[in-house]
Ligand binder design. Structure first.
Ligand SMILES: Nc1ncnc2c1ncn2[C@@H]1O[C@H](COP(=O)(O)OP(=O)(O)OP(=O)(O)O)[C@@H](O)[C@H]1O
Ligand SMILES: [Mg+2]
Length: 250
């Protein structure tokens, strides 16, 4: 029974901020290894929806089943512990730390020096970071691994954020505008990463304003307008024109 349930099932989700209905009656399902794009104009409710799933907001209405079980996260940490990792647009990398430290940010392993003073185990962090980057076929020169991540390119930084999610065994990866700040080669790299994760059975929800991204990567496209779901298209039936028509209405 449990194995047959979709990984994620949202029903009738609603959220108000004062007088603003940010989200109303939104439902959808997501399977393992499936990529769902969230499309919609500014203020359509995309970020609100992913923040509900990632434990930042509590919905006012509706329910979420994760692996067939009702989900009641009241903080992002609880969602992460359940395998839901979110990469926000600003990535939340610590610019002054190296790749290994960023992979472990907030969850650092400790080593005991002479069995006495606990301290952060940098060697282990570096080795683990290297391994996860290798698994994802992300090439960051070894010399760069020990430099602050501010010295990395936008695509490499995005890769570190994805690597971090994978290292912590994400089953559901949520990305808010993953390619917005990237150059063309780096956008391609991130798309490749998404494909690879999907092959590994990771479910992905990503927000994008970029129709090319959406059409290149998504299995399904959910379109929001003014907090409501106005369409859900499979990749096979989706066209850029149709997505835009749904986004703007009319
Ligand atoms: N914390 C908040 N407090 C008050 N209003 C909010 C809050 N967050 C979102 N809203 C409002 O809810 C609506 C949906 O916002 P949301 O951020 O989810 O849109 P979005 O689709 O992510 O837009 P964008 O593409 O601009 O990021 C908007 O009208 C927004 O002003
Ligand atoms: Mg947003």
């Amino acid at each position: 029974m449990k194995a047959e349930a979709p990984l994620l099932r949202c029903r009738g989700l609603g959220k108000r901020f004062g007088g603003v209905r940010a989200l109303e009656g939104v439902g959808f399902e997501l399977d393992r290894g499936e990529v769902l794009a969230l499309a919609g104009d500014n203020g359509a409710g995309k970020s609100t929806l992913i923040k509900i799933i990632s434990g930042v907001y509590r919905p006012d209405e509706g329910e979420i089943l994760y692996d067939g079980v009702p989900l009641h996260f009241d903080n992002p940490r609880a969602a992460r512990d359940a395998g839901i990792e979110t990469i926000y647009q600003d990535l939340a990398l610590a610019d002054n730390l190296d790749v290994g430290a960023n992979v472990f940010l907030g969850r650092e392993p400790e080593a005991r020096f002479l069995g006495l003073l606990p301290r952060i185990d940098r060697k282990r962090m570096r080795a683990a970071a290297h391994q996860v980057l290798e698994t994802l076929e992300i090439d960051i020169p070894p010399s760069k691994l020990t430099e602050p991540v501010r010295n990395l390119s936008g695509g490499q930084r995005q890769a570190v954020a994805i690597g971090r999610a994978i290292f912590w065994k994400a089953r559901l990866l949520i990305m808010d505008e993953p390619t917005a700040a990237l150059g063309v080669p780096e956008q391609r790299k991130v798309r490749e990463l998404v494909h690879r994760l999907r092959q590994q059975g990771v479910a992905i929800i990503f927000i994008s304003h970029n129709l090319q991204d959406i059409l290149a990567v998504a299995d399904r496209i959910l379109v929001l307008r003014r907090g409501r779901k106005v369409g859900e298209l499979s990749r096979a039936e989706a066209t850029g024109d149709e997505i835009v028509r749904l986004m703007v209405g009319g």
